[in-house]
Each structure stands twice: as structure tokens, then as C-alpha cells.
Write a protein that binds this ligand. Structure first.
Ligand SMILES: *Cc1c(COP(=O)(O)O)cnc(C)c1O
Length: 396
């Protein structure tokens, strides 16, 4: 059998490569941070990590992880409900709830699992899930695992959402699901309008704060802070793998009965391993840091504003952003690849995105700003963008 299957795989892989869609991994041989070393020996500045708060190599978190490694061991060798729960896991769940102003939290190995395991235990074929068209793949997969009736509205299109809500009045329970920040444009979901429509049409709301937690809102509490809706959203999911240290782990936080039901019925929680003690301990240290100071948010917001202003002034076409994601629009797929390559030669690591990741003729370079970037890093990136931009005729 394998001979046939092998040749099928080889053909398909070749097609992917010929379409210019083959994904290669770039190998980093230093810690994750603003200035990294790759295995070619080159030193580059990293502008494509989700390391929004610069915490991936934070000493306080490393120390907390090391201490837990010594005191609580390496792994849990169990799911949560058998023997995979330490006080560290409970503490972390509590701190996440405090951070978001919610009632309770359930941890997962990743936000992919949180989203994969949130719909099926809560909703049946009698219910409706109304989802933004640009929601993350894990939300799409989670919805697929659930028998509820599905509705979809174009990205942040409130008229279409209202239309869906009208149609969904036939169902028993309704939930509107949205990313907090959409990862390709960096736009924030219009949560105030979504919440108002949910009130009007008797629906609940779920927000995935993966790209917004730690980032959006003056103190980084996410889209519920930005839109003054703390405590008013039924379900929030998020990751520890982005702004919050970048290691691993996800969570669902919100109304306590919802979290209680997930602990009974959510399959990735019931059938997948508990996060290691060192990750839970570092997570606790991280949320303690968030409670203590907004220094990192202030720096991130200042960095983002600075970068966007300078890039606009240089003539680049930047998508309006309220996050730390800055989309430099190029519209041409090949140009986006070329530009990313030339920027790497200049020591700036960014990635070009093109169809099918973004719509056709919407190719771009996505820049991700971090509190780990110093002014000199930003200036170096801006200078490189201007140099290569002129070389390729993107700006004059
Ligand atoms: C990154 C991301 C996820 C997945 O998070 P992991 O913890 O890496 O699995 C889920 N949802 C959104 C919106 C994301 O951006």
C-alpha cells in the first residue's frame, strides 16, 4: 500500500512547492527575543514573533519556572481530573480570572484545545453559533465538532451579524463568536456593537483574546477593557503562548457554570495531559507581574505608535491597527516574498503573507511589534523598510 500512497504524497508536496506555498522552518539558535541568531550564523532582529510583551526570555519567569522544576518536578503524567492538578494549576486559573474580571477559568494544553473543546459540551443541534468569517482555525474546527446550527458573517460586518441573529431566533440558545484581534490586519473586533446586538437579540458572546490579551486596552486586559465590557462577556478564550510568555498553554475563562460544565464534558480537558508545573508557575509569576505594573503595555503601545507613524510618514500603506500587528500592504504576492527576503538580508526578520492566507491581491508583510524592541531596533527596521521599499519601487 505505502508505495502508492508515497507517490501520491510526493506529487502533492511537489504541487505545494510549485505553487510557492511550501512552508519551511527557519532555525533559531538563541533564546526567543528581539535580537536572535539563526543557524546560518546570522544575527537578525525579530519582527514576526507573538512575543508582544517581550516575556519569552524574561528572567523573572525563567526563575519561577526553574524553582517549580526543582520543587514540583518535570511533568504531571496525568490529565487534570485523575491526578494532574497541583496547587499551581488552581492558582493560575484563579489569576487568569482576576486578570479578565471573570468568575472562573479552565486550563488547556493550548488555546487550540480550548477552542476545540468549548462548543460541543455546551451547545446542541437546537442552538446557534454565529461566527466571524475571519475567526481562527481552531474556532472553525471547534464549531465543526458541535452539532449547533452555524451562521457566518463577513469580518466585523455588523449588518450581516444582525441578519444572522434575526435568522437564529428560531434556535434555543445563540452565541456570537469572534477573535478579539484578527491576526492578518491587526483590527480589533467591534465588541461594543457585538455586545449591544447580543443584548438586542438575546444572545451570548465568546471572544478569543489570543492576540489581544496583554496587548489591547490601556492595561492590556484585552478587548473587554478597550470596550468597557469587563465581566459582561460570557466566554473568553486565550493562550499563554503569545504575549503571556510564549511557552504553552491555553484557557477558557468566564461564567462559572460554563467553566464547571467544561470540566465535566470538554474532551481536550478530559483526555489530554495537564500543563507542566514549571509552565503553571511561570504563568502565575507572569500574572503577578501584570497585576504589579503596566510598564510593558506602556512600552508596547509607544513602540507600536512610533513604528506605524514613521512607516506612514515614509509613504507605506499601513492597515489601520489597534493592536501590535502592523500590516504593510504590498498587494502583490511575489513582491511580498521578495521584500521579506531582502529585509532578512538587512537583518530584519519579517514574513510576507499572500493568498490563501489573505485574500487574493491583498499580499502584505506583517510586522509584529514587541515591548522587547528598543528604539534602536525599531529605527533599524524602519530604515531597512525604507531602503528596500525604494529599491523595489514600493515607496518613492
Ligand atoms: C494563536 C491563536 C490560537 C492558538 O493558540 P495556541 O495556544 O498556540 O494553541 C487560537 N486562537 C487565536 C485567535 C490565535 O491567534
Amino acid at each position: 500500500m505505502y508505495k502508492d500512497f508515497q507517490s501520491y504524497l510526493q506529487t502533492t508536496l511537489k504541487e505545494i512547492e510549485e505553487a510557492g506555498l511550501y512552508k519551511n522552518e527557519r532555525v533559531i539558535v538563541s533564546p526567543q527575543r528581539a535580537a536572535i541568531k539563526v543557524n546560518t550564523g546570522k544575527d537578525v532582529l525579530n519582527f514576526c514573533a507573538n512575543n508582544y510583551l517581550g516575556l519569552s526570555d524574561n528572567q523573572e519567569l525563567i526563575d519561577a519556572a526553574k524553582k517549580a522544576l526543582d520543587e514540583r518536578g518535570f511533568g504531571m503524567s496525568s490529565v487534570r481530573f485523575i491526578c494532574g492538578t497541583q496547587d499551581l494549576h488552581k492558582e493560575l486559573e484563579q489569576k487568569i480570572a482576576e486578570f479578565f474580571g471573570t468568575e472562573d477559568t479552565i486550563l488547556y494544553a493550548a488555546c487550540f484545545d480550548a477552542n476545540g473543546g468549548v462548543f460541543e459540551p455546551l451547545f446542541t443541534e437546537e442552538d446557534a453559533i454565529i461566527s466571524d468569517a475571519l475567526n481562527h482555525a481552531s474556532i472553525i474546527d471547534g464549531v465543526r465538532l458541535c452539532k449547533a446550527k452555524r451562521y457566518r458573517y463577513s469580518n466585523a460586518d455588523m449588518q450581516e451579524l444582525e441578519e444572522c441573529l434575526k435568522q437564529a431566533q428560531a434556535q434555543r440558545y445563540r452565541v456570537i463568536v469572534t477573535d478579539g484581534v484578527f491576526s492578518m490586519d491587526g483590527n480589533v473586533c467591534p465588541l461594543d456593537q457585538i455586545h449591544a446586538l447580543a443584548e438586542k437579540y438575546n444572545a451570548m458572546v465568546m471572544v478569543d483574546e489570543s492576540h489581544s490579551a496583554g496587548v489591547v486596552g490601556q492595561t492590556g486586559r484585552g478587548t473587554t477593557e478597550l470596550h468597557n465590557l469587563r465581566g459582561k462577556i460570557e466566554i473568553i478564550t486565550g493562550t499563554l503562548g503569545k504575549a503571556f510568555g510564549g511557552a504553552i498553554g491555553g484557557f477558557t475563562t468566564g461564567k462559572k457554570e460554563i467553566i464547571a460544565m467544561l470540566r465535566q464534558r470538554s474532551r481536550p480537558y478530559l483526555f489530554s495531559n495537564s500543563i507542566p508545573p514549571m509552565v503553571a508557575a511561570a504563568g502565575c509569576a507572569m500574572f503577578d507581574m501584570m497585576a504589579r505594573t503596566n510598564e510593558l503595555q506602556d512600552k508596547l503601545h509607544a513602540n507600536t505608535e512610533y513604528f506605524v507613524e514613521k512607516m506612514k510618514a515614509a509613504g507605506f500603506d499601513i492597515k489601520p491597527t489597534q493592536s501590535a500587528i502592523c500590516a504593510v500592504m504590498l498587494y502583490d504576492a511575489k513582491l511580498s516574498q521578495q521584500m521579506a527576503e531582502k529585509l532578512l538580508d538587512e537583518g530584519i526578520y519579517v514574513v510576507g503573507f499572500y493568498y490563501p492566507v489573505v485574500p487574493k491581491d491583498q499580499a502584505r508583510i506583517r510586522v509584529q511589534i514587541s515591548a522587547g524592541h528598543e528604539r534602536e531596533h525599531l529605527d533599524k527596521a524602519i530604515a531597512a523598510f525604507i531602503k528596500i521599499g525604494k529599491e523595489l519601487g514600493v515607496i518613492r
